[in-house]
Design a protein. Sequence first.
Length: 401
Amino acid sequence: MGEGYTVSDHIKVRAAALLLAVLCLSVLGGCASQRHYKQVEKRAQKYYAEKYGVKGVTVEDSYKAGNSGLFGYIGVNDRAYVMSDGSTVYWDDDAETFSDDAQSDEIMEDFRTQMLEPLLSEISLPMKVAGSVGLNRTGFDSFDECVFTGLYTGDIRAFLKEEQPELSGITLAVETEDRDRGEREITGFFNSLEGYVTGWTYAYILSEDLASLTGEDWWVDDHALNVTATARCVFKEGIHWYRQAYVEVYEDVYVTSTEWDFALEEGDIVFEEVGTCAELQKMLDDGYYSLPVDAEENKNGGYMVHDQRHERRVLLDDRKLPYFRAKMSPRVMDALDDTGCISVYVLDLREDGPPLMVYYGRESNSPYSVYTVCPNRAGRGEYEKINPAYYYYFGTSHYEE
C-alpha cells in the first residue's frame, strides 16, 4: 500500500468496485431483457396476424402480466401485449406460448349457454352456484382475463376438447337430507364436464339452510353441522368425497374426522372418565419438578432448554372435576397416523361451562402444561389431533405466583 493508504481506504475501493460490477451486470441484464421482450413483441404481432388472418394490427402497448408484491412486479416474466384492435395477447415466458382474449367473450357465452347452464339444469335438488366462472383465467393483478390459444369456430365442445382450458370460479351447493342422491347428482354434473376442462373445484351437500348462502361469492364452513359431504373434483383424476359424520364424545361436544378417506361412526370415540383432576394436578407437578431448577445451558443469558426458572407451575382451579381419555374403537385405532393421532374437528355446543382442555402427558415436550382445545363459547369449533394417550378435562387453571 502507498503512504497514507489505509485498510479503510482499501475496503472503500473494493466496495466501490463491487458496486460498479453489480451496476454493470444490472445494466447488461436490463439490456438483454429489453432485447428479449422486443423479439417477443414481434412474435406476438405475428402470432395474432396468422391466427386471425388479419393485416395491419399492431402492438400498441405492453406491460408485465403478474401479481404485484411489496416492491412491485419482481420476478414476473410474463407479458401482456395490447393490440391496436383492443385485444390483448398474453405471453407465458416459462412455457414460451402465446394466447389471447380476442374471442373470450364469445367462448365464455357459448360455454355458459350451451354446456354449463344445461348441465346445471339437470340437477333436480335445490342448488346454489357461487363465483365468477372462468376458463383459462389468468387471475393476475395487472391482467385478469380468459385467454385461449386455439381459434374458435363455433363448436364449443370440439374447441374445449382441443384447448383443454382450466375451469375456475365455480362452487356448487345442494340441499338434501339424502346424501347419496346429492352425491349422485353432483358427481354426474362433474363427470359431464370431464374431457372438456381441467382444474379443480368444490361442491357441498347441505342437509338444510341453503338459503343462508348469499351473495356471489358465498362461503361454506366445511364442518358446519348442516354440511354432510364435501366434494373435491379434480378433472382428469376424478371426484373425491369427504363424508362428514359427527359423533358425540361428551354431552354436547362432538367430533368429526377431517380425514378425506375416513368417516367416524357412532361410538368410535367417547370420552371415558379416568379419575379426578387431583390426579391430573399430580402429573403436572411431577412434570414441572422434573425440570432442572436453573439449567446450565441457560446460564449465559439464553433460553436453550426448559427449566423451573423460565417456566411456571400450572395449578388446576377445581381438582374435584373428572378428567377423561378418548376411548377409541378398533377401526379408529387402526386409522391412527404415525404420531398415534387422528385429525378431527371438535365442535362444542355447550351453552356455558368451562373450556375443554388437553394434557399431552408426561412423555410430551411440555409435561407441565395444559392447553385449550375449545373455549367455552357455544358453537365454537377447533381443529385438533386426538390421541388415546392424551388427557382431557373441562375446567380452568392459573399459574402459580
